[in-house]
Design a protein around this ligand. Structure first.
Ligand code: F3S
Length: 426
């Protein structure tokens, strides 16, 4: 692999053993991928502070330096971790201290995570604590090489922002943050950013948040780990709709990059989205839309809803406002809980805007840092939940062994207020 003089210095230990270990990891990783060079990066987003039994054991054995060496650098050596070399942020992790009386989540995890935040924060990691760093100020520029984790964030960065990142892991993230480098392969390369599948929306009109999520779920099913291009009768989406589309496409498939010509930044036309000939389109019409809806609702049997979850990926401030408007003056059914997940920075704004108070008066909660899927935690006794997120409807039944209903925000709020699911495809 070609290395610059700066990279050779880091590899040879000029910046200390931890940076040398980070370079060693990147060179092994790059060789496995046949990368011929490293990309210079200055934007890393990963999950470093998430509590786990392995992390607790490593910290007990040798402190946080030891945990970072093993988990974030794949090294057994005794290393002293220096400050991050490039801007690095923490994505979602476990629930924090202010959720202790609300969420059934182990106190030991909360405490371990608080210690982790102190260590990583002191080393320059910005504790954004959200799967949507792009909603709270971490916005890489078009063409900027990054190293991000979290599938819904990666697809947003590549497709909506036009930045360039693969879906990294905890070890490559640690090495990237100490070196400002990541192997240059996959989505970093021009030739890997063209579309592979054309999806033509025809006979249905994709306009709502729910429909954007269902179209994303379809796109992931069709494209697998490749790159769908969407054309046809779609509205101009907003941030929340693209967030839902991408999270769903990364859930049903492994999509990391898509194009909507005329809307997303890298493809001005369908022809420009493909490297050579435009493939035959795959139709998304009424039958396909119905099939996606039925798939996302196939786990639901009981109409008695005891938990409603909103904010996956974490809600924008306007999504919190919309939920508050629907809950204003209402009261949740006895035995039913409603949680809205949002970035902590946006929760501060929701508090100041009065939205949190409206939601709490109705009996709901606005929570930050995590989500039920990430922390494997839902209200005690939950058997049936409802959500407006295709991603949570897909994952949570398997993670928690509960039934799921997928619908609109209005249907979810109605379920929280009545305790009954009354949704349907319209
Ligand atoms: Fe975020 Fe949890 Fe959904 S981490 S994308 S709210 S599954």
């Amino acid at each position: 692999m070609f290395l610059t003089d700066d990279e050779k210095r880091m590899r040879d230990g000029a910046e200390g053993d931890a940076v040398a270990a980070a370079m060693d990891l990147l060179l092994r990783y790059g060789a496995a991928l046949d990368a011929d060079r490293l990309c210079a990066i200055r934007n890393v987003a990963g999950t470093m502070t998430q509590p786990s039994p392995v992390k607790a054991r490593l910290v007990a054995e040798g402190g946080w330096d030891r945990a970072f060496a093993v988990i974030n650098l794949d090294s057994d050596r005794d290393l002293t971790i220096p400050p991050m070399r490039v801007p690095t942020c923490q994505l979602q992790h476990g629930f924090g201290p202010d959720s202790v009386d609300i969420v059934p989540y182990p106190r030991a995890n909360v405490d371990l995570q608080s210690d982790a935040e102190a260590f990583y924060g002191a080393h320059g990691v910005q504790i954004l604590a959200t799967c949507t760093p792009y909603q709270v100020g971490n916005l890489p520029l078009r063409g900027e090489h990054c190293a991000w984790m979290e599938s819904s964030a990666v697809i947003y960065a590549n497709s909506v922002l036009g930045a360039r990142t693969n879906c990294e892991g905890v070890a490559s993230i640690g090495a990237a943050s100490l070196t400002g480098r990541i192997p240059c392969w996959g989505n970093h390369l021009d030739e890997n950013r063209f579309g592979t599948h054309l999806i033509a929306v025809d006979g249905v009109s994709v306009q709502s948040f729910q429909d954007w999520g269902m179209l994303g779920y379809f796109a992931g099913t069709v494209s697998g780990e490749d790159r769908p291009v969407v054309t046809g009768s779609v509205s101009r989406p907003d941030l929340a709709e693209l967030k839902h589309f991408g999270a769903a496409a990364a859930t049903s498939g492994g999509v990391e990059l898509y194009h909507i010509p005329g809307i997303t930044p890298e493809a001005a036309s369908v022809a420009a989205a493909f490297e050579s000939a435009v493939p035959e389109p795959v139709r998304y019409g009424p039958a396909e839309r119905t099939a996606v809806y039925e798939t996302l609702n196939e786990i639901g049997t009981s109409a008695d809803v005891d938990f409603v979850l909103l904010g996956c990926p974490h809600a924008s401030l306007d999504q919190v406002r919309q939920a508050a408007a629907l809950l204003d003056g209402k009261r949740l059914a006895a035995g039913t809980e409603l949680w809205i997940m949002t970035p902590r920075a946006l929760k501060v704004m929701a508090d100041r805007s009065g939205y949190t108070a409206v939601i709490e008066r109705a009996g709901g909660r606005v929570l930050a840092d995590s989500c039920p899927a990430m922390s494997r935690a839902a209200p005690a006794g939950t058997r049936v939940f409802a959500t407006d997120s295709a991603k949570q409807a897909h994952y949570l039944p398997a993670i928690l062994g509960i039934e799921a209903w997928f619908g609109t925000l209005e249907e979810c709020v109605a379920a929280a207020v009545t305790g009954r699911w009354n949704g349907g495809l319209r």
